[in-house]
Design a protein around this ligand. Structure first.
Ligand code: ATP
Length: 201
């Protein structure tokens, strides 16, 4: 598999929703959030390094990452966010690279929420697709979906790349300000474009 598209966007912009629509066309989706979740679940490959770096307090009795505790720590200190990323990023990248070799569809989508905040993926991906929506809508959808407070959503958005910079770096943009039918139409058009481009790879 050589035609790999990086799918990114701010929190709650609609990345998962868009990825599901591409999956509906039979496209293989590699989701880095899902990979990170597996790595930090009970018995996951990142657990021993996390325990060594942060201590037993950050691992639950079941042997999984204590997500609440870690979330509080990384919001309080940038340094700990970096330390966690140093453990997770190489493991996630290795798994993504493996999954790409296993993919069967004409092209593959790798969902990377923080694509622009790390340069890990530039070697793998050929094209960047950004899901974009108005920031107010992004906040509202995230609050409804996640039970986060408005201030928490804004704090997450503040550490992500700005909307303007994200759009500037995109090869393709899906504008997710309207309903699902509008989203489906855009995905359908891009799917056909990507099928054509995949023939050139
Ligand atoms: P995160 O960054 O938090 O992982 P995400 O970018 O993957 O979020 P989604 O989970 O796809 O975003 O969407 C956020 C919420 O908004 C979900 O509840 C989803 O159902 C809803 N949503 C996304 N797009 C639309 C749309 N066009 N119309 C209505 N609801 C939508």
């Amino acid at each position: 598999m050589s035609f790999v598209i990086g799918l990114t966007g701010g929190i709650g912009s609609g990345k998962t929703t868009v990825a599901k629509l591409f999956a509906g066309f039979g496209i293989d989706i590699i989701d880095t959030d899902e990979i990170a979740h597996k790595l930090t679940a009970s018995g996951g490959a990142a657990i021993s390094s996390i325990r060594k770096q942060f201590g037993d307090d950050f691992i639950t009795v079941d042997g999984a990452l204590n997500r609440n505790k870690m979330r509080q720590l990384i919001f309080a200190t940038n340094d700990s966010r970096q330390k966690l990323e140093n453990i997770l990023h190489p493991l996630i990248l290795a798994e993504v690279t493996y999954c790409v070799t296993q993919a069967n569809s004409s092209y593959v989508l790798v969902v990377v929420p923080l694509l622009f905040e790390t340069d890990d993926y530039y070697k793998i991906i050929k094209r960047i697709l950004v899901v974009d929506c108005d920031e107010q809508l992004q906040i509202t959808r995230t609050i409804i979906r996640s039970k986060l407070e408005k201030q928490e959503v804004k704090a997450i958005m503040a550490v992500q790349i700005s909307r303007q910079d994200r759009l500037q770096k995109a090869d393709d943009v899906i504008l997710n300000n309207k309903d699902m039918a509008c989203l489906q139409k855009q995905v359908s058009k891009l799917h056909h474009d990507y099928l054509a481009l995949s023939l050139l790879c």
